[in-house]
Design a protein around this ligand. Structure first.
Ligand code: FE2
Ligand code: FE2
Length: 242
């Protein structure tokens, strides 16, 4: 079968375009967050934008490896072009990640497997897992942003500024002051507080991600072994016929 005529090739192209767009949308969200003084939030969103760029690279490489270089690839697809306030953008991102994780990439994986491209199916599945983690992070950001808990704790705790190392034991670090120095201090604390909470979540998520990647690698090895067994059986059947 000519690879470029398969639905899987088309889906890789759709995935590539979608990931590039998501990466750009998140960069714009990060820029808006920076403008509003939420530097740490911007850093988290920017790191997710970087993940999307890497997903785009994975799809692009699969297209090149299996279909070669092409000058004119037609893509028939729908993409989101929504934008709003910072909180709305976090919620849009959460919904987009959910759609990718639960519908888009699982269906692409199913089609790839049906068309006989097991390795590409695994790529779609691995990326779907990451998107489900992105959904969790965006959900957390949107909820915490809404209820004002991004930079607050139930009890006084030690916050360390990631910029200057300033330490302070406080319960809440939200709010702004007219004094320039105080504004800087409070703003740094806000970001430090946020970083502290997010980094815990990220450590847990990256642990889960590693576990899942390990499972995917195991499945990949198993698929490879099954294929070589099948090849061996075919070879033996052929030699018996001769
Ligand atoms: Fe992605
Ligand atoms: Fe994502």
């Amino acid at each position: 079968m000519d690879f470029i005529k398969t639905q899987t090739y088309h889906n890789l192209a759709r995935g590539f375009a979608g990931e590039c767009q998501a990466g750009m949308r998140y960069q714009l969200t990060a820029k808006a967050a920076m403008k509003q003084g939420y530097e740490a939030l911007a850093n988290v969103v920017r790191s997710i934008a970087k993940n999307e760029t890497n997903h785009a690279r994975v799809f692009f490489e699969q297209m090149l490896q299996n279909g070669g270089s092409r000058d004119d690839v037609h893509i028939d697809a729908h993409y989101p072009f929504h934008a709003g306030t910072l909180e709305e953008n976090l919620r849009f991102a959460m919904a987009d990640e959910e759609a990718e994780a639960e519908n888009v990439y699982p269906s692409f994986a199913k089609i790839a497997r049906e068309e006989g491209f097991g390795q590409i199916a695994l790529k779609f599945e691995q990326i779907a897992k990451v998107e489900s983690h992105h959904r969790i992070i965006f959900n957390y950001l949107a909820e915490a942003f809404k209820d004002g808990s991004l930079y607050a704790a139930e009890r006084p705790m030690l916050w360390i500024c990631s910029e200057c190392g300033y330490m302070s034991a406080v319960r809440s670090v939200s709010g702004r002051s007219r004094s320039a120095s105080s504004l800087h201090e409070r703003s740094s604390l806000k970001n430090a507080a946020f970083l502290r909470r997010i980094s815990g979540d990220q450590r847990r998520l990256s642990y889960e991600k590693e576990q899942q990647q390990g499972e995917c690698r195991k499945a990949e090895r198993q698929e490879c072994a099954e294929r070589s067994e099948q090849r061996e059986e075919l070879r033996q059947a052929e030699s018996q016929r001769l």
